[in-house]
Ligand binder design. Structure first.
Ligand code: CA
Length: 228
């Protein structure tokens, strides 16, 4: 909680109403009274969400949105516009707004949109590859789920951590000692045989032919490597 929200709105009454309500919901709210001030605030300070009116003095909401996106600002932007300006919706989404609300709106509707945007933003985005595929195996890192040819593959916590470590270090040769240290932790120090056993289990679950693994490869004398 305590997400930071920037409201860029020149109608003072509305800005204050929004600020009061959002503050009472536990958000930290900052108000900017025109487009230029809003733009400068948004690039100067980190916000979790920006509520951006379109019709603004000094710099329009559309320009603010486009310029922020050009500066690689990825903060979710919820645009506000007056009734009847439906053309703005298309343009708004084109310049990089995430959602859109027409004035006048119900506060409950605004709160629901805010929550949805913050929830979406809190999840790893697609380019951070939340899923990894190899062969017929699909790993959903966010949901901690693995399927093989569409069927769920149950993994123990250790198997999951080991698989995840392999995927994070694809193509690297990983010694048993390093895997023990990184996946099992210093405290545990079971024998390196533990690593072999877990690798064998993962191969059973994920490889088409566990005896001739295609993915979790043995690097003779050195350890293991996940195929690139
Ligand atoms: Ca306005």
């Amino acid at each position: 909680m305590n997400e930071r929200i920037l409201i860029v709105e020149d109608e003072l009454g509305l800005a204050i109403t929004l600020q009061d309500r959002l503050t009472s919901e536990g958000y930290q709210v900052t108000i900017a009274r025109d487009g230029l001030e809003g733009f400068e605030q948004a690039i100067r300070k980190p916000f979790d969400l920006i509520i951006l009116d379109i019709m603004l003095p000094r710099k329009s909401g559309l320009d603010v949105c486009r310029d922020l996106r050009q500066r690689s600002c990825t903060t979710p932007i919820l645009m506000l516009t007056a009734k009847g300006q439906t053309v703005d919706k298309v343009v708004g989404l084109k310049v990089g707004a995430d959602d859109y609300l027409t004035k006048p709106f119900e506060m409950a509707e605004l709160l629901a949109r805010i929550e949805a945007l913050l929830r979406r933003a809190g999840q790893p985005s697609a380019h951070l590859s939340e899923t990894v595929q190899f062969g017929s195996v699909l790993v959903d890192l966010r949901r901690t789920e693995v399927t093989r040819a569409g069927h769920p593959v149950p993994l123990s916590a250790k198997e999951w951590q080991l698989l995840r470590y392999f995927l994070e270090h694809r193509g690297e040769t990983l010694s048993r000692e390093r895997l023990l240290r990184e996946v099992w932790g210093y405290g545990a120090t079971p024998s390196t045989r533990t690593v072999d056993v877990h690798v064998a289990w993962l191969r059973q679950k994920l490889e088409d032919d566990p005896k001739k693994p295609q993915w979790i490869l043995t690097v003779v004398g050195l350890g293991y490597k996940f195929a690139e």
